[in-house]
Write a protein that binds this ligand. Structure first.
Ligand SMILES: Cc1ncc(COP(=O)(O)O)c(C=O)c1O
Length: 408
C-alpha cells in the first residue's frame, strides 16, 4: 500500500556538507549560516530584512512584541481570525496582548474582513491575518482598514511560502510577515521561523527580542560572526557591555547553524519544491471541486497564487458521512490527515479564560468540526495524488451504500 505522509523534509547534499563543517568547527549556535540564510530568504521575497528565530510560533510572538516599541502597552488588543493553528492565538498571549477574534469566511478560510471594524477599540494595535492553507487573505481590505485606524498589520505566513497576492509574495504586504520553517512547510530548517520586513528599525528590534531583549542588536554582534571584538560593544554612555544591557522583555529564540544549513539547502531547490507542490495542489483542488456540495475546498482566484502548503477538505452539511469517518478511512489507507484546526476562542480549552462561548464563531466552529487537510508535498507524485482521489471515491461509494442500507 502507498503511504501518503503529511509532510516531508528534503536534506540536500550541500546541507550535509555544511552540517559537517559546522560540527568540525564547533560553531553551532547562531552564526554565519544563519546570517546567510536570512540574507537569501530576504532576497527570495524581495524584502530588506529577514530575522530568523526558533519557530513559527515565535516568529508570530516576536512580531507582536515589536509593537511595544511603537507605543503599544501590555494588555492591548490584536485582531486575529478565530480559526488558525493554535500557535497564532498563543503567540499573541505570549507577547502580552489580548487576541480579539473575528470569524472566518467559509470560502477562503481566512478572516472575514466585513467583521473586523466592529471589533476595533481604542486598545487595538494590530490586525494579524493568517493566510490559512496558503490562501491569501483579502489584503486590500485589511490594509484599507488598518490605514484608516492607524493599525499595524502582521501576516502569519506560516503556511504561505510561495503564495502571491496581486503579484506580491505573501508575508511582504503588511509591516511584518512571520513564517514557520517547521518540517512540513515548504522551506524548512526542521524547527524554525523567520520574520520578514522592509523596515530596518523593526528588524533591529526583532534581533534584540530574539536574544532576551539585548541592547546589542546589530547583525554582527548578535550573531558573533566577527573574529574581532565588536567596536560597538562598549561604545555607549555608561561604557558598560551592550550585550548585557536589556532594553525590552525578550525571548530566547535563536536559530542554530545546523538548522540554517538545512534551510540553505532548501533554498537552493526552492523552485523545484514549489513547482512540484503547486502542481499537486492545483491538480487536487480541481478534482475536489467535483464533490460539492458534499465536500468543499478553497479555490484559486485569478490575481493570486495559493501557497501550496496542504489540501484542505471540509465536509459539507449535506454529506451523509462525518469528517471523522472520512479521516479514519484515509488513515486506514495510509493517507495521513490533520484536522483543519479549531476555533481558538470557543473550541480550544486553553483560551477558556477569555470567556468566549461556543456559537460565537459559527463558521470557524463549523470548519473546526468538519475540516481536515492532507499533504501535497514534493515527494508525492501524480500517482500518489490519484491514489488519494481513488481512496476518496471509494470512501464516498462505500459510505453511501452503507448509509442507504441503514436508512432503507
Ligand atoms: C498558521 C500557523 N501559524 C503558526 C504556526 C507555528 O509554527 P511552528 O510550528 O513552526 O511554531 C503554524 C504551524 O504550522 C501555523 O500553521
Amino acid at each position: 500500500m502507498r503511504k501518503i505522509s503529511f509532510g516531508t523534509l528534503t536534506v540536500t547534499e550541500s546541507s550535509k556538507e555544511l552540517i559537517i563543517n559546522a560540527l568540525n568547527n564547533k560553531r553551532l549556535s547562531s552564526g554565519k549560516y544563519v546570517e546567510e540564510f536570512e540574507r537569501r530568504f530576504a532576497e527570495l521575497l524581495g524584502v530588506k530584512e529577514a530575522v530568523a528565530v526558533a519557530s513559527g510560533g515565535d516568529a508570530d510572538a516576536l512580531a507582536c512584541a515589536v509593537l511595544y516599541d511603537f507605543g503599544a502597552e501590555r494588555g492591548d488588543e490584536i485582531i486575529v481570525p478565530a480559526l488558525s493553528f493554535v500557535a497564532t492565538g498563543n503567540s499573541i498571549l505570549q507577547a502580552g496582548f489580548i487576541p480579539v477574534f473575528v470569524d472566518i469566511d467559509f470560502k477562503t478560510l481566512n478572516i472575514d474582513t466585513s467583521k473586523i471594524e466592529e471589533k476595533i477599540t481604542n486598545r487595538t494595535r494590530a490586525i494579524m491575518v493568517v493566510h490559512l492553507m496558503g490562501k491569501p487573505a483579502d489584503m486590500d481590505k485589511v490594509l484599507e482598514i488598518s490605514n484608516r485606524y492607524g493599525l499595524h498589520v502582521i501576516e502569519d505566513a506560516a503556511e504561505a511560502h510561495g503564495g502571491f497576492y496581486k503579484g506580491k509574495p505573501l508575508g511582504t504586504i503588511g509591516d511584518m510577515g512571520a513564517f514557520s520553517l517547521y518540517v512540513a512547510h515548504i522551506i524548512s530548517t526542521v524547527e524554525g521561523g523567520i520574520v520578514v520586513t522592509d523596515n530596518t528599525k523593526i528588524a533591529s528590534i526583532l534581533r534584540s527580542l530574539r536574544s532576551h531583549g539585548r541592547a546589542c542588536n546589530c547583525k554582527i554582534c548578535v550573531l558573533n560572526t566577527s573574529q574581532n571584538l565588536c567596536p560597538k560593544r562598549f561604545k555607549n554612555d555608561t561604557k558598560s557591555d551592550m550585550r548585557f544591557l536589556f532594553e525590552r522583555i525578550g525571548f530566547s529564540s535563536k536559530m542554530n547553524e545546523l538548522e540554517a544549513a538545512i534551510g540553505l539547502g532548501n533554498l537552493e531547490i526552492y523552485d523545484q519544491i514549489l513547482q512540484k507542490r503547486r502542481h499537486n495542489l492545483y491538480y487536487l483542488l480541481e478534482k475536489l471541486a467535483e464533490y460539492e456540495p458534499y465536500l468543499y475546498t478553497i479555490t484559486k482566484d485569478p490575481d493570486e497564487e495559493i501557497g501550496p502548503h496542504a489540501l484542505p477538505i471540509i465536509v459539507g452539511p449535506e454529506a451523509w458521512f462525518t469528517r471523522d469517518e472520512l479521516m479514519y478511512y484515509f488513515e486506514s489507507k495510509s493517507i495521513e490527515t490533520r484536522t483543519l484546526f479549531a476555533s481558538m476562542p470557543s473550541q480550544c480549552d486553553g483560551f477558556k479564560f477569555l470567556g468566549h462561548r461556543l456559537g460565537e464563531y459559527p463558521v470557524a466552529e463549523y470548519v473546526g468540526n468538519n475540516g481536515l487537510h492532507i499533504g501535497v508535498h514534493q515527494d508525492l507524485e501524480i500517482e500518489d495524488c490519484n491514489y488519494v482521489l481513488d481512496t476518496l471515491d471509494e470512501f464516498m461509494r462505500l459510505s453511501r451504500r452503507n448509509y442507504k442500507r441503514a436508512t432503507a
